[in-house]
Ligand binder design. Structure first.
Ligand code: GTP
Ligand code: MG
Length: 561
């Protein structure tokens, strides 16, 4: 899987200006990502993005005219000394006992008013805030107006609270000046735990080698070279590296100039947040990857799902009953009237399943909402086939998605499993099985049967009347002859035989038509059941796939510098 944010990782931005609107658009894209991914991906994976959106929104809303710069470093490196030297006042105690600074001190260049809310948010106590503005040196200091300088506790402290405070503040400030000294500049903690972590923030990173006066002049370039090499290894190629001497104003010129430039540009806050977006996007990259979102569950898997749903819904039992019911009902209309009555004694096969009987064309929809059919319960095998089919739909739909998503797709596919049996039952109960109106040909054949029966009855009546008259010695009836056979006998026997013959000839046609009725019912039921599958299984899957597509697009937008 290629890395969609690779472009950002590789680029070295140097002094690139950040357009506030573009940054806001990127943050908005991260917010969109969160909206799409919330509830679908593990919460823990989304924490950095949530934090970023919240922090960035607050930082940008508070003040864009101030630049918050933190002095960070190991104990004794001279952070407080640099802080005081820049402020030209003894604001933060410098001590012999290590560590000295336990709480963050702040110095504001310019009016405190605008900066107060920023410092409230950053969490510097009012008693540790100082203002660097006096009428006397206003001109000297005006280049730093808008600077909020923080003197942090040491990050390698024996005091755990110091380290927590430093970690918290490093997440909030706009720019970090890392202060190292000739003795400890190569310490692993500094590089591995801090500087390396800041490689995406190198355009708001500045490194100073303080206490330069403690090195022999000839030694300084060698130490700086060595430090530069270490910074390159940390991924901080190109960051400004300066030598400072806190106890000598001449040794502060470089740092002061660098800070003046930072303050004048008003870019640090934006660059820091842009670096934060890069970090968050890179962290989320694996959750989205470059996989194209699938269009939807694939047809083959859906076919298997629909068959499994049909099995669970009892479609085969219903269609078999439809075939039997067709024969039953057709027989009742077209059969030989002499034995037809027997059929009526047998119950209608569809009625047994509590499905629409011979009189109602279709179950009343209102009734079907509550009516439960008596279709046999699914077997364990049918249930497990459905479980497997749902899993397969989810697996196929999520096949190309990065590792975090298949679980979300599977749980979406199964999310309405509990509602499925009732929904399937309602769908079966509400399906028009196509056995409503009696076909015309049944009625025609039925009419013929009745005519033939009538003829037989007329013949019978005639014969019975003839015998009766003879028995009573009354004048006999005229028996017209048809060929050699008397008409009444012909009517009786012919009617009976023709009725039997019609019933016999009709039977295979009924059987064929019953099979047709079965396959028609099968199609209708399968379509209804597929509709349920679409609503209860596929729709939730499509929603997750849609969310994935949105999350992926949003992250691409967020990655675009
Ligand atoms: N010679 C020399 N000494 C310095 C310089 N900067 C600081 N010092 C001394 O180094 C010691 C430590 O300085 P601090 O400013 O307290 O160091 P820190 O980084 O604030 O230390 P913590 O508050 O414990 O984290 C003090 O004795 C300073 O006087 C410098 O540039 N040159
Ligand atoms: Mg200190």
């Amino acid at each position: 899987m290629t890395n969609i944010t690779g472009r950002v990782r590789e680029a070295f931005r140097g002094d690139q200006r950040i357009d506030p609107d573009a940054l806001i658009a990127r943050l908005e894209a991260v917010r969109r990502f969160l909206t799409a991914a919330d509830g679908l991906l593990p919460d823990a994976d989304l924490v950095p993005a949530h934090t970023l959106v919240e922090r960035a929104g607050t930082r940008l809303a508070l003040s864009r005219d101030h630049t918050v710069v933190a002095l960070a470093g190991a104990t004794g490196s001279g952070k407080s000394s640099l802080f005081n030297a820049l402020a030209r006042l003894e604001l933060s105690p410098v001590g012999v006992r290590r560590p000295t600074t336990g709480v963050t001190h702040a110095c504001v260049w310019g009016a405190l008013e605008g900066a107060s809310r920023l410092l409230d948010w950053i969490g510097v106590l009012p008693r540790h805030r100082f203002i660097r503005e006096s009428a006397l040196d206003a001109d000297d200091e005006s280049a730093l107006h808008g600077l909020i300088l923080l003197d942090l506790p040491d990050f390698d402290s024996v005091q755990r609270s110091h380290r927590l405070e430093v970690d918290r503040l490093l997440g909030l400030v706009d720019q970090v000046v890392w202060v190292v000294d000739p003795q400890k500049y190569a310490d692993r903690v500094i590089h591995e735990s801090y500087l390396r972590e800041f490689h995406r923030h190198r355009d708001v990173t500045l490194v100073v080698l303080n206490q330069a006066d403690r090195l022999p002049t000839a030694e300084l370039p060698r130490v700086l070279d060595d430090l530069r090499r270490l910074l390159d290894t940390d991924g901080l190629t190109g960051v400004p590296l300066l030598a400072t001497t806190a106890i000598d104003p001449a040794g502060m010129v470089g740092l002061r100039t660098a800070l003046e430039r930072t303050v004048a540009e008003r870019q640090a806050a934006l660059r820091r947040l842009a670096g934060d977006v890069d970090t968050v996007v890179a962290g989320l990259d694996e959750l989205v990857g470059s996989a194209r979102p699938a269009g939807g569950p694939d047809d083959a898997a859906v076919g298997v799902l629909n068959r499994a749903l049909a099995g669970v819904a009892g479609v085969p039992a219903v269609t078999a009953a439809v075939e039997q019911a067709y024969r039953h009902r057709a027989g009742a209309v077209t059969g030989w009237p002499v034995v037809r009555g027997w059929r009526r004694l047998r119950p209608d096969p569809l009625r047994r399943l509590h499905l629409p009987g011979p009189t109602s064309d279709r179950a009343d929809p209102a009734e079907s909402l509550v009516a439960a059919t008596s279709v046999p319960d699914p077997t364990a095998a049918q249930r497990s086939a459905l479980g497997l089919a749902i899993r397969a739909v989810a697996d196929r739909a999520a096949a190309d998605l990065p590792a975090a998503w298949p679980a979300a797709v599977t749980s979406a596919a199964r999310s309405r499993l509990g509602d499925l049996p009732d929904a399937l039952d309602r769908a079966v109960a509400g399906t028009d099985l196509g056995l409503g109106a009696r076909p015309l040909w049944w009625r025609l054949v039925g009419g013929v049967q009745w005519l033939l029966t009538l003829a037989a009855l007329v013949g019978l009546g005639w014969l019975v009347l003839g015998y009766a008259l003879r028995a009573l010695g009354l004048p006999a009836l005229d028996n017209p002859m048809v060929g050699q056979v008397p008409l009444p006998t012909l009517l009786l026997l012919g009617g009976l035989l023709a009725g039997l013959l019609t019933a016999t000839l009709t039977r295979p046609v009924v059987r064929w038509a019953a099979r047709m009725a079965r396959s028609r019912a099968d199609q209708r039921l399968t379509a209804e059941v597929a509709q349920v599958g679409d609503e209860y299984v596929l729709a939730p899957v499509r929603i997750v796939l849609g969310s994935y597509a949105q999350a992926r697009d949003a992250l691409r937008d967020a990655a675009r510098r």
